[in-house]
Ligand binder design. Sequence first.
Ligand SMILES: [Zn+2]
Length: 394
Amino acid sequence: MTGLKRTADSTLAKKVNTMVVVDAVRKYSPLSRAEVAKLTMLSPSTVSGIVSGLVRAGLVRETKGDAGSAGGRRPILLTLNAGAALAAIIDVQVARILYGIVDLAGSPVCVMKEDVDLSSPAGTVDQVLRAAARALAKLPRAGAGAAAGIGVGVPGVVDSRTGTILKSTRLRWTNLPLAARLQHEFGLPVLVERDVRAAAWGERRYGHARNVTDFVYMAVGEGGFGAGLVVNGKPYVGARMHAGELGHMTVDMHGERCSCGNIGCLAGVASASIQAWKGGKGEGAEGDLVEYTATGLVNLVNLLDPELVVLGGDIGGRSDFASRVEAAAKERALLAPGQMPRVLPSQLGDMAVALGLAGLVFDRFYWNQTPADDLPEMGEGGMTSYRVQARCGL
Ligand SMILES: [Zn+2]
């Protein structure tokens, strides 16, 4: 037993050390092996062994730096090879479909957008297939630079284990095995995820929640309210994939019956304000939406005690909205003063779902096949705004 345990411990230690090294290269590159050792507090020989493996796997690149002012040898510097793996992503939104390619560092290589085809449920499926084909056409079919997989985000209830859309009212899809359909068509690994859960994972991998294990992503927008929950560093989906139905939380015991069967749901109570906001009837509607969002937020905070709340969506993602919601929620949460979680607007803007899908594709289909063999935390830097869209530069 002792021998077995020791083997398991050393395998785990190697995985953890590899993650730490990848993270340091990602955050601070270009940097030398000696700097990695200093930053990670690992021994130079451990760092050297791990880096050699990562270079062989094509994940880390070596370049020659400049010689110091005193002359001498040019140091060998390390950078993450962001193009080592790419993900094709398709984000089916309320009104648009956004699709393209994202690299391993979470940078959009190519993004395209078009209006979503709602003429028929089958027409929307065809549009998703066409979008995937167009994104994949930018990449080689195999070898270096090929897609690690395809990720699709949709509004609705999704069984992400099987890639089946259980129900999407907006797209009129019921029990649609979309992942199987795409897999059959393209011969690549495919995952399908609920939009708001993918967005939460985008923040976890590339946004505000990079170093946070318990947080809530709340979407507030044209499509209503939704929440993506991350508990103990993992997405929380519930027993039947329904977790995060924020819009169907009762906020008025004497309210009207909702289409879901419940009474006084947040979605129903706030729907007039969302319509008014969409129609450009500004301040009054927005003030109401701040109150409704704060109500949902306080319920979630009292239930889950998250470290951070990230607000996204076309209404929620604006920084002035987030700070108003935070102020309103502070008045009401059960917590002791100073214990209110931070409330931040999404760092990834309208790319949150796309980047989350990419992160999920890499986590599920790439990292577990490389020597790194685990999920490294992606680091800080260079991720300030995704509102400026990448062009298709391939
Ligand atoms: Zn409801």
